[in-house]
Design a protein around this ligand. Sequence first.
Ligand SMILES: [Zn+2]
Ligand SMILES: [Zn+2]
Length: 407
Amino acid sequence: MRNMKRYLSSILGLILILSLSGCSSISGNTTTTVLSSQIESKGSITKDALQPNKNTTSVDNDKKDAYGNLKIHYIDVGQADSILIEQGSSSMLIDAGNNEDSNTVKNYISKQGIAKLDYIVGTHPHEDHIGGLDYVINSFQVGKIYMPKATSNTKTFQNVVSAIKAKGMKATLPKVLETFKVGKATATILAPNSSGYEDLNNNSIVIRLTFGNNSFMFDGDAEDISENEMLSKGLDVSADVLKVGHHGSNSSTTEAFLDKVNPKYAVISVGMDNSYGHPHKSTMERLQAKGIKVYRTDESGTIVATSNGNDITFNVKPGSYSYNGTGAITSKSNILSKNVVNKQTTKTKISSNVNNKTVYFTPNGKSYHYDKNCSTLKRSKTILEGSKQEAIRLGHADPCNICAGGN
Ligand SMILES: [Zn+2]
Ligand SMILES: [Zn+2]
């Protein structure tokens, strides 16, 4: 046993040296062996061996969590995504909220005593996912950055690209079935399986994370097209916890996909009273029908899931199955909620899913277009794309009379 211990610590030391020197290509086999032995020995590995990356002076929470457990923080960034994953002294950030969430995300990470993010994943170039990424990249040491092969001509995207360059780094393109370690947890990239999608959402990097017997799916804004590709490739998407794709939109979380993931828990990152009508009725009905417990940031704020390799616990109670952005209201009173849901349904008939629709515009044009091939865009060399919300914010606020029907 003593020999075994020594063997394990020296392997661990080696891993540490490798990861500190920026080499992340640790052989999957070696680390997998270490992982399973460590989980069996439940923290008998010396804590010192795992410590150097952590800024111990400001680590608040209980050490057992920090060294033995996997912690997943679904940070409340309103109608956006930002997920911090910690295992041992390693960490990964998936998305960083909207531009306005920069400080929230940065402060949240700092508060956990993290000085270096080993991995950053910008799932896809929409503002509600990469908005705060430039600020995060500027604020922390960064190991590796994954971004999909998809670009956007938005200022937000350009800012992220500049921040990566300024750090002398390059974004890594995701390869399906590529794996890497976050401490003792193993991350596997499952999507995108193709490129050139009409909707940027399907470019989302999808990651499955396993830790002991527990598994987690992080779907970004992947929609039905991407979900179907994962299924038709026969990829293992099974998970205890599903971060529901695209904020609970009905374009994601198909019945077939949900059957394969077969989660016990679902987490929805969604803003209170959002104008998209997220999460959608049909998505919530699918989750409810399968008895999947739902946790949602609009009702609970930041959600923290902790896994010891066998069991998963949450820092908050499960939320409601209400939909159309009325979650926070309905959770207070079920009787009240029925009326509110009905009212909201009419309202969202008009507004749902319209604001996050991908639109097209020119650098100096005042209009946005639904059709990339709209006749009024024919003369423009540069056609930019982004969400309708972002287009409006950038001053391309008039709907094209030809392709956007004036609304
Ligand atoms: Zn999104
Ligand atoms: Zn998106």
